[in-house]
Design a protein around this ligand. Structure first.
Ligand SMILES: Cc1cc2nc3c(=O)[nH]c(=O)nc-3n(C[C@H](O)[C@H](O)[C@H](O)COP(=O)(O)OP(=O)(O)OC[C@H]3O[C@@H](n4cnc5c(N)ncnc54)[C@H](O)[C@@H]3O)c2cc1C
Length: 428
């Protein structure tokens, strides 16, 4: 039997089915679904990233039980950490790039390894503020290049033990020194990659609870005053999520990405695209689960028939498939609108970006819920095979349960949407 895309301790699934659940076949399933909608520029890119991961898995005999952080340099060297930008500022020339390309990158990487994809997302998000505010400063460009090319790992530090959803009223303080540096003091928590990160983007305020005094810093985690402890999140055992203690952490002037007063707008400026990246991740997880369940149900026999032929299985899968396809098409449409605007104008117009905030929240709300339900139902349709450790279904089950929390909870998205609806009413 050839290696499957995941190897558990005890083989529970029939060898022939396990072989068919390979990365290659699941990728093929995804491609059949997407090819008629995608511009060749993107379908070719999707296939290119898929091929990379198929080869990577085979060459390195990957079982998906490994420490995936060790794979990052190789992935980065090949240009698959972030595709949101061209990255000309650091001498790269990524083509294709943009929101649709990022969606393709996330799909291909998620089919290979969902936990790796979520962790890489945190590095990709930390790249955005450094890119936007690099101002040609050497250390910022170095951090940017190291993160994008996978030499180093990044994290973003917003959440605190006492300030989660209420991120604006931070407790972590920063105090300006005579030489223009800042001393940062406080605690952060639930940072994806925190204890593995080499570079961090940290937010702090000069006055506790006053978001208008917020600043944004680039931090080298080897500096004195930074310590990070890993938090145990049992649903994603291979991903590092951490709690950081910042004690008189000295940030030099060249690492001040946003002075006090600029931090809050810096925090919000990239939020729409970051939230949309999470939407892409949610959709990728749903497709990955559907690919597993469709293959499995078409091969597994009970009562002398493939279980797919029982309406309880086939119709349930059809329903999950319809919902996931619809969510994919909606997201592709939004990605394309963003890419068109960026190509025509080089930036997103203010009015468009404002409307996009609502759209990103709508998609985040629905896709997180969808991903959790689709993954659970697919695992359920696979019986014991869906919950044992022989396939990536187990990883998908864990990770899809986190998606309603990170990147703004379900209630926070609903809160944003109800405010937006109220504003529309006021304009009638
Ligand atoms: C796996 C994982 C990765 C993460 N990665 C990062 C990261 O990289 N960087 C980072 O900075 N943070 C990260 N976070 C933190 C994440 O953004 C927060 O967990 C989230 O914002 C919620 O904050 P909290 O956990 O303190 O919950 P709380 O804010 O305490 O919320 C608890 C509950 O109360 C509800 N609630 C809160 N306020 C309201 C309200 N006004 N109306 C209605 N309901 C409300 C929430 O929806 C939730 O259900 C991560 C979290 C997880 C779980």
């Amino acid at each position: 039997m050839k290696l499957s895309s995941k190897k558990g301790k005890v083989q529970c699934i029939d060898g022939e089915i396990l072989e068919k659940l390979s990365l290659k076949t699941r990728n093929k399933f995804l491609n059949y679904n997407l090819m008629s909608f995608l511009d060749p520029k993107y379908s070719n890119f999707l296939k290119q990233v898929q091929k990379f991961f198929e080869n990577f898995e085979k060459t390195n005999k990957i079982t998906h039980n490994e420490d995936f952080y060790e794979w990052i340099p190789e992935i980065g060297k090949n240009g698959y950490i972030s595709r949101l930008h061209k990255f000309e500022d650091i001498g790269l020339n990524y083509e294709p790039h943009g929101m649709t390309s990022e969606f393709m990158r996330i799909l291909a990487m998620d089919f290979f390894d969902p936990q790796l994809t979520m962790a890489t997302g945190a590095t990709a998000i930390s790249v955005n503020p450094i890119l936007l505010h690099n101002e040609d400063v050497d250390i910022r460009l170095r951090a940017l290049k190291e993160l994008v090319t996978g030499e180093k790992i990044g994290c973003i530090c917003i959440t605190e033990p006492e300030r989660g959803s209420d991120a604006v009223h931070m407790q972590t303080t920063c105090e300006e020194q005579e030489d223009g540096s800042f001393l940062v003091n406080g605690e952060k928590i639930y940072q994806t990659n925190g204890s593995k990160a080499d570079w961090a983007v940290v937010y702090a305020v000069t006055e506790k609870n006053n978001g208008n005094t917020m600043a944004q810093f680039l931090v080298d985690t080897s500096w004195d005053g930074w310590t990070a402890e890993r938090v145990n999140i049992p649903w994603t055992p291979r991903m590092h999520v951490s709690k950081e203690n910042l004690v008189n952490l000295k940030v030099p002037p060249e690492c001040v990405l946003g002075k006090p007063g600029e931090g809050m707008s810096h925090l919000f400026e990239g939020l729409n695209l970051e939230r949309l990246s999470i939407v892409c991740l949610n959709i990728a997880e749903a497709w990955n689960a559907i690919a597993h369940a469709v293959i499995y149900a078409n091969m597994r026999k009970q009562f002398n028939k493939e279980i797919f032929k029982y309406q309880g299985v086939g119709f349930t899968l059809s329903n999950l498939w319809a919902q996931t396809t619809s969510m994919t098409l909606a997201t592709l449409n939004v990605c394309q609108m963003i890419d068109d605007k960026m190509e025509q104008l080089g930036t997103l117009p203010k009015e468009f970006n404002l409307a996009l905030g609502t759209t990103a929240s709508q998609l985040k709300l629905l896709s997180a819920k969808l991903s959790e339900r689709v993954v659970y139902e697919c695992a359920n349709l696979m019986g014991g095979a869906g919950v044992c450790d022989n396939t990536l279904m187990h990883d998908l089950l864990g990770i899809s349960r986190l998606q309603e929390i990170g990147g703004g909870t379900r209630q926070v998205q609903s809160h944003i949407l109800s405010s937006a609806l109220r504003n529309i009413f006021k304009q009638l």
